[in-house]
Ligand binder design. Structure first.
Ligand code: BGC
Length: 761
C-alpha cells in the first residue's frame, strides 16, 4: 500500500516526504546536506537528455511535456520539494514548439527584433519594454528562465551569431543587456546572460582557444558582462563553449569564481553552454554550477570524484546552493499555472514599434525619403522584399512565430500599391525557384545559408517597363546567418554578381527616367557598402526586424515614424580594413597562414588587435570607414549646444541642449566619448562612456539631456600592475551624433591619479 501511495504521489507531484527538509521551508544548507551523494551529483546536471536514472523521470517528463521545445531543465527531486526549472531560448523571443500533441491549440511566440536592432535603438527604456514583453511570454507559456541576452562583442563582422549580439562597444552592449534583463526579470522569470566570454566566432566554437590580453579582456570582453551583472542582477550567467587563454571558460575559476563572483559580486547561478567543456570536475571547481544538458559519463565522474575525495563535496554543495536559490525564484516552484495565452496582439504592436527605432538611415539624398503621399506606386526589387524577407536569424536565436510580415505585405498594409511588372516578375521567379528547393523551412533549419535563393538580375527591358510604370524603385538586399557557422567574405560580406547587376541596372534606368532608388538592407550584420553606396538615393538598414518587419519598414519609409537608430558597429570600407581581419576564420585563412598542425584562426585565435576593436581602431589611426560607429540619419536635423561638464561627487556629468532644427518631430541619440591625456598606456582616441536618447522633439523644441558616468570609467587596465589606472590630467569630453561627428567638446580635470588593484589572473 505504501508503495502505491508513494508511486501515486510522485505521479501527481504530491510530496510524500514532509518529514525531510523541504525547499523553500527549511534552510537551503539543511536540504542539501540531507541529499545522498547521488542526489548531489544529480542536481548539478541538466535533466533533459542525460539518462541518469535517479532523478524523478515522471516529474521530468511532465515538465518537458508541459512546455515542449525548451532547451533544458534542472533536475527535480520531489522528496525535498525540488521542482524542475525550465530553461528556454532565446534573444529574439521565447523558443518553444508552436504545436503540441493532442491539441489544435497553437503556442506561437512573438519574434521580436533581433539583438542588433535593439542595440541600434540606443534606447534603454525601449529595450526594457521589449524585455518585459518577452518575459511575459516566458511566464505565460510556463518557462522559468529565458536563455538570453547574448552580449558578446562584435569583434568581426563575419561572426555568424552577431545578430544575436549587440555591439562592437562594451558600454552599449552592457547597458542594452542590462535594460533587457531588467525588463524580462520584472515578469518573475530569469535570464541567462551569455556567452561568458569571448565566444566571438562560430568556427570550431566548441574547442577554439581565444588568446586575449588581460587588458582587452578587462576593457572589452568582460566589461559588457560586468555592466550587465552590476546593473541588472541576472538570475544566471551562461559560460561559453570556447577556451580562453588555454582553458575552457567553464573550467576557469579565475573567470567565474574570482572575477564574476568575488570581484563583481554576482550572486546567481552559472550554467555551461550545451555540452561545453570536457572536464566536469574542473567545471565544478571553477564555479560552473550547472552542466547543461548533462551526460551520464560526466555525472559518474562527479559522483566518483566526490566519493574518492578528488572533488570536495563542499564545492558541489556550494554549486547546488546557487542552483536551488534560482529554482526557488521560479514561477514553477511558486505554483504558477501557465495560461498559455500571452497577449500576442499587444506584443505584435511592441515589436512593430520597437523595430522602427532600430532602423538606421545611412543615406538620404534628393529628399528620397520619406515617401511622398502623392506616390502612385513602388517598383519592388530583390527576392528579400518578398517571401524571403528575414525576420530573424537561425539556430537557438530563432523563434516559432505565427507569421512574418514581409515588405510586400508591409506596402499593402500601408496602402502603397506595387508596380505590377516587378511584382509579377518576382512572384514567378520566387515561385518557380522555391518549388525546387525542397528543404527550405526557416523554422526547422538550425542553420540557414547567407541567402537561400540567388538574387535575380532582371533584364534591362523589364527594369525599363517598371521605371515607366512607377515613381520609385526599392531594392532589398538580404543576408542570413546562424549558430555554428561564420559568414564568408565573398558573396556574403561582399555583394554577389547578380546583386551588383541589379543595383547598377535599376539605379541607371530609374535615374535616367528621373526617378529615385531606395535600398533596404535586411541583413544579419554589416555588408560591404563603399563600392556601391553612391548609386542609390537612400539606404535604410532594417537588420532583421522581427515578425512585423515589413510594417516597421513601411512605417519608416512613409515617415509615420522618423528613423532614430544609429549603428552599433562600424561599416568598414573593405573587409581587409577590419582590425581582426587576419585573425578571424575566413576563406583566406589557409592562404595567409598555411596549413599547420594547430591551425591559426581555427584551433586558436590571437586577438592581436588588442583593445583596438571597431571604432577604437579606425578613429585612433584615422582610417576612413564607409559608415562610422554611432551614425544614423533622421528626417529632421539636430543642433547640439551649451555643453557643460561638471563633477558631481564621483560622477562626471555632461549636460547638453539638443534642439530639433528641422521640420518634423524626431528623436536624437547623443553619444559621449572621452579622450585621455597622454600617459603610460596607449589609449584609443575615443571611448564611448555614456549615451542617451531625447524624447520625441517637435520642430524647434529643445531638451537638455545629461550624460553621466563614474570617474572610475576614465581608467584603463594596466596589466603590469593588475590595476585599473586613470592618470591625472585633462580628459576631453566629446559629445556628438556619431564617433565621427563630434558637435561639442568640454574638459574634465582629474586632479589625482585614480587606481584600483584587482586580483591577477
Ligand atoms: C547555444 C546557446 C543556447 C543553447 C540552448 C547552444 O548551442 O550556444 O546560446 O542557449 O544552445 O539551446
Amino acid at each position: 500500500m505504501k508503495k502505491v501511495v508513494l508511486f501515486f504521489g510522485i505521479l501527481v507531484g504530491i510530496n510524500t516526504h514532509a518529514q525531510l527538509p523541504q525547499l523553500g521551508k527549511a534552510q537551503l544548507k539543511d536540504v542539501i546536506s540531507a541529499m545522498t551523494m547521488e542526489e548531489k551529483a544529480r542536481m548539478v546536471f541538466g535533466a533533459s537528455t542525460s539518462g541518469i536514472d535517479n532523478s524523478s523521470p515522471v516529474l521530468l517528463k511532465q515538465a518537458l511535456k508541459s512546455v515542449p521545445g525548451v532547451a533544458g531543465v534542472t533536475a527535480p527531486i520531489p522528496r525535498f520539494g525540488i521542482t524542475p526549472a525550465l530553461l528556454a531560448d532565446g534573444p529574439a523571443g521565447l523558443r518553444i514548439e508552436s504545436k503540441r500533441a493532442n491539441t489544435d491549440a497553437t503556442f506561437y511566440c512573438t519574434n521580436f527584433p533581433v539583438a542588433t536592432v535593439l542595440a541600434s535603438t540606443w534606447n534603454k527604456d525601449l529595450v526594457q519594454n521589449v524585455g518585459e514583453a518577452m518575459g511575459n511570454e516566458t511566464f505565460e507559456y510556463g518557462a522559468d528562465v529565458l536563455l538570453a541576452p547574448g552580449l558578446n562583442i562584435h569583434r568581426n563582422p563575419l561572426c555568424g551569431r552577431n545578430f544575436e549580439y549587440y555591439s562592437e562597444d562594451p558600454l552599449l552592449a552592457g547597458k542594452t543587456a542590462a535594460a533587457f534583463v531588467r525588463g524580462v526579470q520584472s515578469q518573475g522569470v530569469g535570464t541567462a546572460i551569455k556567452h561568458f566570454a569571448c565566444n566571438n566566432q562560430e568556427t570550431n566554437r566548441m574547442n577554439t582557444n581565444a588568446i586575449v590580453s588581460q587588458r582587452a579582456l578587462r576593457e572589452l570582453y568582460l566589461k559588457n558582462f560586468e555592466i550587465a551583472v552590476k546593473e541588472s542582477n541576472p538570475w544566471t550567467v551562461m559560460t561559453s563553449y570556447n577556451k580562453l587563454n588555454g582553458r575552457y571558460t567553464s573550467e576557469t575559476p579565475e573567470l567565474i569564481n574570482t572575477i564574476l563572483r568575488d570581484e563583481w559580486g554576482f550572486k546567481g547561478m552559472v550554467m555551461s553552454d550545451w555540452h561545453a567543456g570536457t572536464n566536469p570536475v574542473d567545471q565544478m571547481l571553477a564555479g560552473n554550477d550547472l552542466l547543461e544538458p548533462g551526460k551520464k559519463a560526466d555525472y559518474d565522474t562527479v559522483l566518483n570524484g566526490m566519493k574518492s575525495g578528488k572533488l570536495p563535496v563542499s564545492v558541489v554543495e556550494n554549486n547546488i546552493e546557487h542552483i536551488l536559490e534560482m529554482v526557488q525564484k521560479t514561477p514553477r516552484f511558486n505554483g504558477h499555472i501557465p495560461t498559455n495565452k500571452p497577449d500576442l496582439k499587444a506584443h505584435a504592436l511592441i515589436t512593430r514599434q520597437s523595430a522602427t527605432e532600430g532602423l538606421v538611415l545611412l543615406k538620404n539624398e534628393r529628399s528620397a525619403l520619406p515617401l511622398k503621399s502623392s506616390l502612385k506606386n513602388v517598383a519592388l526589387f530583390g527576392v528579400y522584399s518578398y517571401d524571403l524577407f528575414v525576420a530573424g536569424g537561425s539556430g537557438s536565436g530563432q523563434v516559432n512565430k505565427a507569421y512574418t510580415v514581409n515588405l510586400q505585405q508591409g506596402f499593402s498594409n500601408g496602402n502603397i500599391p506595387l508596380e505590377p511588372n516587378a511584382l509579377a516578375m518576382y512572384s514567378k521567379y520566387i515561385g518557380d525557384s522555391m518549388a525546387t528547393i525542397t528543404n527550405y523551412n526557416t523554422t526547422k533549419l538550425w542553420h540557414l545559408p547567407p541567402y537561400v535563393l540567388t538574387e535575380m538580375a532582371p533584364s534591362e527591358s523589364d527594369v525599363k517597363t517598371s521605371a515607366t510604370n512607377s515613381d520609385l524603385a526599392i531594392i532589398t538586399l538580404g543576408r542570413n546567418s546562424g549558430e555554428g557557422f561564420d559568414r564568408k567574405i565573398k558573396y556574403d560580406y561582399e555583394l554577389t554578381d547578380n546583386e551588383k547587376k541589379l543595383l547598377i541596372n535599376v539605379c541607371d534606368v530609374f535615374h535616367k527616367a528621373g526617378k529615385k532608388v531606395v535600398v533596404i538592407l535586411n541583413i544579419c550584420g554589416p555588408l560591404e557598402t563603399a563600392s556601391w553606396k553612391n548609386l542609390p538615393d537612400a539606404i535604410l538598414v532594417a537588420w532583421q526586424p522581427g515578425q512585423e518587419g515589413g510594417n516597421s519598414i513601411v512605417d519608416v519609409l512613409k515617415g509615420k515614424e522618423n528613423p532614430s537608430g544609429k549603428l552599433p558597429m562600424t561599416f568598414s570600407i573593405k573587409y581587409e580594413d577590419e582590425p581582426s581581419a587576419k585573425n578571424f576564420p575566413s576563406e583566406y585563412t589557409d592562404e595567409l597562414y598555411g596549413k599547420t598542425d594547430k591551425k591559426r584562426n581555427i584551433d586558436y585565435i590571437n586577438y592581436e588587435e588588442r583593445i583596438y576593436v571597431g571604432y577604437r581602431h579606425y578613429s585612433t589611426i584615422g582610417k576612413p570607414v564607409s559608415y562610422p560607429f554611432g551614425f544614423g540619419l533622421s528626417y529632421t536635423s539636430f543642433k547640439y549646444g551649451n555643453l557643460k561638464v561638471t563633477a558631481q561627487g564621483e560622477d562626471i556629468v555632461a549636460s547638453v541642449t539638443i534642439s530639433n532644427t528641422g521640420k518634423v518631430a524626431g528623436k536624437e541619440v547623443a553619444e559621449l566619448y572621452i579622450t585621455a591625456p597622454k600617459g603610460k598606456l596607449d589609449k584609443p582616441k575615443y571611448e564611448l562612456k555614456a549615451f542617451t536618447k531625447t524624447k520625441l522633439l517637435q520642430p524647434a523644441e529643445s531638451q537638455t539631456v545629461e550624460l553621466v558616468f563614474h570617474k572610475s570609467e576614465l581608467a584603463s587596465f594596466d596589466e603590469s600592475l593588475s590595476s585599473w589606472v586613470a592618470d591625472a590630467g585633462n580628459y576631453t569630453i566629446s559629445v556628438g551624433a556619431s564617433v565621427a561627428d563630434i558637435r561639442s567638446k568640454g574638459v574634465y580635470n582629474l586632479s589625482e591619479k585614480w587606481e584600483k588593484k584587482v586580483k591577477g589572473w
